[in-house]
Design a binder for this molecule. Structure first.
Ligand code: SF4
Length: 249
């Protein structure tokens, strides 16, 4: 089926997922960190096919509760979860040069850690796929406001079936379909990532305020879905070259 982004933009989340499975089959990667949005997408996809491929980034710094979610998803849906790990040599070199908790030193070093533990491993793994699916929503912050349901700007289509969903819609679907919930939501977390970089939020805070909470003005993004641009990218390139010998692609 030809990709018509304008038609897909008007389609429901389930219709977008159905189209993606039909179009890409096992060349479609469902990427998730097991937050509620990603779990809704997995639930919708698993209802249509038992042959979906689910990828998660095992950064090496995940909370124990996320590993429990991997086990939950495996048993609930009878699907494998492909754990994508960073390059061990790159991690070794980065932590030797800058320490294991470099992310607290500066935004640039935090972005370097995300680049080594998330962005580069995912790029390497996605090279074997024709398209990928995320659980992103436009309402999650300014950097996601213009998110398309199907974004073809970087070659490989990035599909976000929940782009126009609200947080309440996600919660409602989760309740109605008894979708497994990440245990950290019960502890006041509203967005969940690596253990040292995520904290619970209070009711007055934005849902992503607990991510890299010590950073004042930086975008609450790891680089998977966003480039800071300009000076920041050049700074990261310098740090990255020290670790890998190569700049960003
Ligand atoms: Fe590193 Fe934190 Fe990014 Fe995880 S979220 S990759 S620990 S900086």
């Amino acid at each position: 089926m030809p990709l018509d982004a304008a038609i897909l933009e008007r389609a429901t989340a389930q219709e977008v997922i159905d189209w993606a499975i039909r179009t890409y089959g096992r060349k479609l990667a469902f990427t998730t960190s097991f937050q509620s949005e990603g779990m809704v997408v997995i639930d919708m996809a698993a209802r249509r096919s038992s042959d979906i491929r689910v990828l998660t980034l095992d950064t090496g710094r995940l909370p124990e509760e996320t590993y429990r979610m991997i086990e939950t998803v495996r048993s609930r849906y009878s699907i494998a979860v492909e754990c994508v790990a960073p390059d061990a040599v790159e991690v070794e070199r980065m932590t030797t040069l800058h320490g294991p908790n470099l992310f607290y030193d500066s935004v640039a070093k935090r972005r370097l850690c995300c680049e080594i533990r998330k962005v580069r491993p995912l790029e390497r793994r996605l090279a074997a796929f024709d398209a990928w699916v995320t659980g992103l929503r436009r309402g999650q912050g300014a950097t996601r406001e213009s998110l398309a349901k199907v974004d073809q700007s970087n070659g490989r289509p990035k599909i976000s079936p929940l782009a126009d969903w609200s947080k309440d819609q996600v919660e409602d679907y989760t309740r109605r379909h008894d979708v497994p919930r990440h245990p950290l939501y019960e502890s006041g977390y509203t967005s969940i990532g690596c253990e040292p970089c995520t904290r619970a939020t209070d009711i007055s805070e934005h849902e992503r305020a607990g991510r890299w909470w010590w950073e004042e003005d930086a975008a609450k993004e790891c680089g998977l879905h966003f480039n800071a641009g300009g000076k920041m990218e050049r700074t990261i390139d310098v740090l990255l070259r020290e670790v890998t010998g190569a700049a960003r692609a």
